[in-house]
Design a binder for this molecule. Sequence first.
Ligand SMILES: Cc1cc2nc3c(=O)[nH]c(=O)nc-3n(C[C@H](O)[C@H](O)[C@H](O)COP(=O)(O)OP(=O)(O)OC[C@H]3O[C@@H](n4cnc5c(N)ncnc54)[C@H](O)[C@@H]3O)c2cc1C
Length: 404
Amino acid sequence: MDFSHSPKAQEMIARVKAFMDEHIIPNELKYMEQVDEHNGDWTKWQVPALMEEWKERAKAEGLWNLFLPDEHYGAGLTNSEYAPLAEIMGYCPFASEAFNCSAPDTGNMEVLFKYGSEQQKKQWLEPLLEGTIRSVFFMTEPGVASSDATNMEATCVVEGDEVVINGRKWWSSGVGHPDCKVGIFMGVTDPEAPRHSQHSMVLVPLDTPGVKIERMLPVFNRYDAPEGHGEVSFTNVRVPIENIIAGPGRGFEIAQGRLGPGRIHHCMRLIGASERGLKHLIERSLERTAFHKPLAKLGGNGDIIANSRVEIDMARLLTLKAAYLMDTVGVFGAMTEISAIKVVAPNVATKVIDAAIQIHGGGGVSNDFPLALLYGYARVLRLADGPDEVHRGLIARIELNKYK
Ligand SMILES: Cc1cc2nc3c(=O)[nH]c(=O)nc-3n(C[C@H](O)[C@H](O)[C@H](O)COP(=O)(O)OP(=O)(O)OC[C@H]3O[C@@H](n4cnc5c(N)ncnc54)[C@H](O)[C@@H]3O)c2cc1C
């Protein structure tokens, strides 16, 4: 068993790290200020000038579309090679976009790459890969428990050479971005079909009549501008039948294919978020003194540091195992590992970052440190892309089946 990264990955690790250290980390607060200038009214959100600058620079340096294993469309890196790069990007919750590696675009690009027609690729995948437009994934609905995707009530019904879409979605991440032009909508096409063949995925340009952003939802009181998370209504929205991805009834199959890479990318970034939390925890505990001792020497703080290191390293190894299996046997051969890491990574990250907040005292919840931002990012991922309980349920089912 070889634990070292490939020479190609090592070279990219050095380059992505240098980019983060030089351009992104020192400018984090400036970026947040640029975001906050327009944070009030979502219809006026703008892309911070810094992000445009970073994107241009990263693209020119060839640090672009690193998530996509395909050599033609992407950087030709395996999931195992991409993992340490996503970890470095995860140091800062908004850094991935600079490398055109951010959710939900990466998952949507994977869908179009794997299942899209030539026309769909030309119209939507190419500008997404260029980074000139952004996208959204419409799956979760306010009216039903969406952990169980078979509950979905929104419809996309074929009528002649059109698809007619009706329903309401929420937590549609990215829909507020000024460059967001298209969404992948998942809905019921045939309620009489077998349970996992009822749904389709359909490409919906956001300027289609009948698509309306009703509001933006805050996360821990922040709107995550300029992407945002929207509640969106669809009223008799009509798009050409060619907008169905891979054909009617294949929504579930595509969802599994999409959520595999999407989930593991989040986990890779969360390892980086955890490392950053631990770095701040240690630095603060060494430089600050209470009761005549550095904080590191007080109470159980040494144990907290040790346990954080152990848990981050365990999470990283599990993430790499899942990535390795995806590279070698594919998403469907890595179901246990993908769900396992989707439970482990956000829980480790929230625990480590919470400990870092605690050791910073009041400063931990302020904006003087990135900890509150990192915590929000990690906590959300115990829900998004499937809550912990649903992933535990899947792992349990696979384990129990082994004994049937
Ligand atoms: C910030 C953010 C961004 C998101 N982005 C997107 C996006 O871009 N596109 C999109 O479509 N969705 C998105 N989501 C939605 C997310 O995927 C859903 O919130 C999630 O799947 C849970 O669905 P739900 O909210 O309907 O919760 P529910 O289905 O109502 O579940 C609520 C709770 O019930 C419990 N529960 C559910 N099932 C089980 C079970 N089997 N066993 C035990 N307990 C269970 C869990 O505690 C769970 O948290 C996002 C969510 C957030 C918070």
